[in-house]
Design a protein around this ligand. Structure first.
Ligand code: FPP
Length: 225
């Protein structure tokens, strides 16, 4: 039976969820942050799941209206301030991925603090993808290793990426069927699951069902059985 050791999620649909309720888009992000906590705690309690990587802010999200970007930054700050306790209580290690240099000094400090304070935790690894784009990640990795005199190998590139772990199960909420520049290298053999559920409505019950379906898939990785 397959084990979903590394689950990655594109958390889409916050804005539409709020608009459907006649509320401002940012309300969807606020409720979405609560779902992040619930899903993270669920994964931490599951012995099979080792990593949960969540697409929280992409390199393209800066194109959104200034007020929405500012709100997302504040929400992230608030989330990390309040979640340190949750991480420690559930033995969760926080390992952000993405180019963090784009964030304010205070947000960078919070991200670094939470990372350091949870570095000893050996349960679930929760990675928030922050100012993350797979193209940017791959380019930064190549630039890191390009001075090497030998030919670059797959292992070298993989080790130079922010996220060095292949994804087993990639889920996208919100009804669209695309990867939106998320973990393109690591998802080469991931099983892809798309759901129409908008992220604020996504539940641990739906995640459990998806994981159950995933365990039944015969994964061949290009081979024959
Ligand atoms: C996509 O919804 C979601 C995002 C761009 C950001 C994800 C953020 C959260 C889940 C909340 C904050 C998370 C943390 C960890 C604090 P969308 O706005 O693109 O929705 P739409 O497709 O309906 O417009």
């Amino acid at each position: 039976m397959n084990r979903a050791k590394h689950i990655a999620i594109i958390m889409d649909g916050n804005g539409r969820w709020a608009e459907l309720k006649g509320q401002k888009r940012v309300k969807g992000h606020e409720v979405g942050a609560k779902v992040v906590r619930a899903i993270t705690e669920f994964c931490a309690a599951d012995n099979d799941i080792e990593r949960l990587t969540l697409y929280a802010f992409s390199t393209e999200n800066w194109k959104r209206p200034r007020l929405e970007v500012e709100y997302l930054m504040k929400l992230l700050q608030k989330y990390l301030d309040s979640e340190l306790e949750t991480y420690l209580k559930n033995n969760i290690r926080f390992e952000p991925i993405g180019d963090l240099r784009a964030f304010s000094t205070s947000l960078q400090k919070t991200i670094k603090d939470v990372k350091e304070k949870t570095a000893h935790c050996d349960g679930l690894v929760q990675s928030l993808a922050l100012n993350y784009g797979a193209h940017d990640e791959i380019l930064r990795a190549i630039n890191r290793i390009k001075k090497c005199e030998d030919d670059i190998t797959q292992a070298m590139l993989s080790n130079a990426l922010d996220c060095k772990h292949d994804v087993d199960l990639l889920i996208r909420t919100g009804g669209d069927h695309r990867l939106s520049n998320f973990l393109l290298w690591q998802a080469a053999y991931a099983e892809l699951f798309f759901t129409d559920t908008l992220w604020p409505d996504f539940t641990t019950t739906e995640l459990e069902r998806i994981i159950k379906d995933f365990t039944k898939i015969e994964r061949k990785f290009g081979g024959l059985k």
